[in-house]
Design a protein around this ligand. Structure first.
Ligand SMILES: [Zn+2]
Ligand SMILES: [Zn+2]
Length: 196
């Protein structure tokens, strides 16, 4: 376990900067050192209304710090965007093409933890703590499924890359304000999500 600073909310309007413990990535998982985290309206909403304790943040970018067993398409040092939309490809909604509301993995439909990194990877007050959209990007480290870490071009600034995982993907930003490279990444990411 390593110690990491994290923003934790009680889901009742309050949040604090505190310390959590982060474990090693499990099978098919990676541990990412977060370099930048975006904020979107859902963060505000979750802090106000989720009514449970969790690590805030669901869009971020960083570096793969360690990899778990069975991960072959990512390496330590890879620069990545975190992506909460990792459809299973097998359920009814995935077959219908509704990848954003995958019955197994989509946080949008309030699904449970199936398909995401093991919740015991992140410990607060000696107990596992949930993370926003199974990511919790407002933390120095995040253990995520390898499929949730999308490798990106090394020249893209972390700050621009961090918002692609939600703000750009869900259309919440003005496209014209983004650097050309970030736009290219957005299109690639959308293409990947559409193809899976
Ligand atoms: Zn699915
Ligand atoms: Zn969002």
């Amino acid at each position: 376990m390593i110690k990491a600073k994290a923003v934790i909310s009680n889901g009742k309007g309050k949040f604090e900067l505190t310390t959590v413990n982060i474990g090693k990535p499990g099978i098919g998982e990676v541990r990412v050192k977060i370099k930048a985290s975006g904020i979107c309206h859902t963060d505000w909403d979750s802090i106000q209304h989720w009514d449970k304790t969790f690590i805030v943040g669901h869009e971020g970018a960083g570096i793969v710090e360690s990899i778990g067993e069975g991960v072959s398409d990512l390496a330590i040092g890879d620069k990545v965007i975190l992506n909460w939309a990792i459809p299973c490809g097998k359920c009814f909604q995935c077959h219908e093409g509704n990848l954003h509301i995958c019955e197994q993995n989509s946080p949008v439909c309030g699904c449970e933890l199936a398909g995401h990194a093991h919740v015991e990877s992140t410990i607060h007050n000696k107990a596992p703590i949930e993370r926003s959209f199974h990511l919790g990007t407002m933390c120095e480290y995040a253990v995520v499924k390898a499929e949730a870490a999308i490798k990106i071009h090394s020249q893209i600034p972390y700050t621009a890359a961090s918002i692609v995982g939600c703000g750009v993907m869900t259309g919440g930003v003005l496209w014209l304000t983004l650097p050309k490279l970030a736009l290219e990444v957005a299109f690639v990411l959308l293409a990947v999500v559409a193809w899976v």
